[in-house]
Design a protein around this ligand. Structure first.
Ligand SMILES: *Cc1c(COP(=O)(O)O)cnc(C)c1O
Length: 410
């Protein structure tokens, strides 16, 4: 989104016009930003055989998945439903990694039948797998390297108390199971959390994965997961992709030399590809001045964007309707009957009732975590691609809330 001729535009399209045409609340995604993020990543890792598996859970609209496919990415899925969506979006099964946690073996079997690449994160499931498939289907293993990484405890997944992955400390046991069932392991995987800033953390985890990889002679790829931090506010530092790329490339190539074969290097970014591309457009319904605060109450809330309340996430908010007005301090809140603050003590161009605000970084874990809490309807979604706005999901109606309800005789 850029300011041009005193209007915010995405690929030349006036953002306020989108709010007028499709109404608010509205999710808007900039396809060009998604493409440029993907390019940055590819450029930083041009020295290795890089494969990007977009983490579908960040934003799983079919049209966004299709765009990813068109841009040359694969997919990382965490549920059988995401896997189905990936197939519907045009991905071949062998372009999709299936990385579930705490699912029953039935779901793993269903994913195998579709033909996805299976990532197993539990020795119990591995034994089920070994009994049924032996060496017939190659698999990937999710290793937990036990390092502390990520923005906060709610989004760290690689530490010792985490439910994810097979502990690196269980390597001996793991190898016994693999040998006994004659299982063919072609990939090792780790994903240590989200919002990781320090390239050193990736390298530290990578070294642990290299260490384990020596024990597996049939590898084709190593998957380093994701967790790249993106900027949320002005002046925020983000992970330095160029620096990370250089450091990882040399460490990886060195490992491959020692391993005796060139492997593929995989990443599965969600946030990095789509966070900054997304905006939640909302309307200021009311301004309320209390003895302590000036609130702006908007026509959306934690039902549509839960990150501020769930993760204390900071999302920049701008008033699109009153550019270069006098700045005032507001707390922006939603319309949910529960405390659902979207931004505390924000300096915004003076907000008037009816103004359109944009909440930034809403591409990742925005719509995909939205709910119908308070029996509110979920917003429409628009993808801007090739300089054109495409409606990619209609706003819900009351019928959608009623669809699966069965009226009992009461
Ligand atoms: C959520 C998740 C990702 C994506 O994480 P981001 O922080 O959005 O990049 C990647 N891999 C796995 C296994 C995940 O669960």
């Amino acid at each position: 989104m850029e300011l041009k001729k005193n209007r915010y535009r995405i690929q030349g399209i006036d953002v306020i016009k989108l709010a007028e045409e499709y109404h608010t609340p509205l999710y808007v995604y900039d396809g060009e930003k998604i493409a440029s993020q993907l390019n940055n990543l590819q450029a930083a890792f041009s020295g290795v055989d890089l494969r990007i598996k977009y983490a579908a859970k960040a934003l799983s609209n079919l049209s966004v998945l299709r765009l990813m496919k068109k841009l040359g990415a694969g997919l990382d899925t965490v549920s059988i439903q995401e896997l189905h969506l990936g197939i519907m979006a045009g991905f071949k099964p062998d372009e999709i990694l299936f990385t579930p946690n705490s699912v029953g073996f039935e779901e793993v079997k269903a994913a195998i039948e579709i033909g996805a690449i299976i990532n197993i994160d539990n020795i119990s499931i591995l034994e089920h797998f070994g009994n049924k498939y032996q060496d017939r289907i190659p698999i990937c293993l999710r290793i937990n390297p036990h390092i502390q990484a990520g923005g906060n405890h709610k989004i760290s997944t690689g530490h010792v108390d985490s439910k994810f992955g097979i502990s690196v400390l269980q390597l001996r046991h793991l190898l016994r199971v693999i040998k006994t069932y004659n299982i063919k392991v072609t990939g090792l995987h780790m994903h240590t959390g989200s919002d990781i800033l320090d390239p050193g953390v990736f390298l530290q985890a990578a070294n642990i994965l290299f260490e384990s990889a020596r024990e597996f002679p049939h590898l084709q790829f190593l998957d380093f997961g994701s967790g790249f931090k993106v900027p949320y506010r002005e002046g925020d530092i983000n992970v330095d992709m160029v620096e990370l790329g250089e450091a990882m490339t040399s460490a990886f190539n060195e490992f491959c030399k020692e391993y005796g074969r060139k492997l593929e290097l995989w990443f599965e970014p969600g946030k990095y590809l789509v966070s900054e591309a997304g905006y939640l457009l909302v309307r200021a319904n009311v301004i309320k001045t209390t003895p302590a605060t000036v609130f702006v109450g908007v026509d959306s809330g934690m039902n549509h964007l839960i990150r501020p309340m769930m993760y204390d996430a900071y999302h920049e908010i701008i008033n699109l309707s009153n550019l270069s007005a006098t700045k005032r301090v507001y707390t922006i809140v939603g319309y949910i009957c529960e405390t659902d603050t979207l931004g505390w003590d924000r300096k915004l161009d003076e907000v008037r009732e009816g103004d359109i605000l944009a909440i930034r970084n809403a591409g990742a874990y925005g719509y995909s975590m939205a709910s119908n809490y308070n029996s509110r309807l979920r917003p429409a979604e628009v993808l801007i691609h090739g300089g054109k706005a495409h409606l990619i999901r209609k706003r819900e109606t009351l019928d959608d809330l009623l669809r699966n309800q069965v009226e009992a005789e009461i």
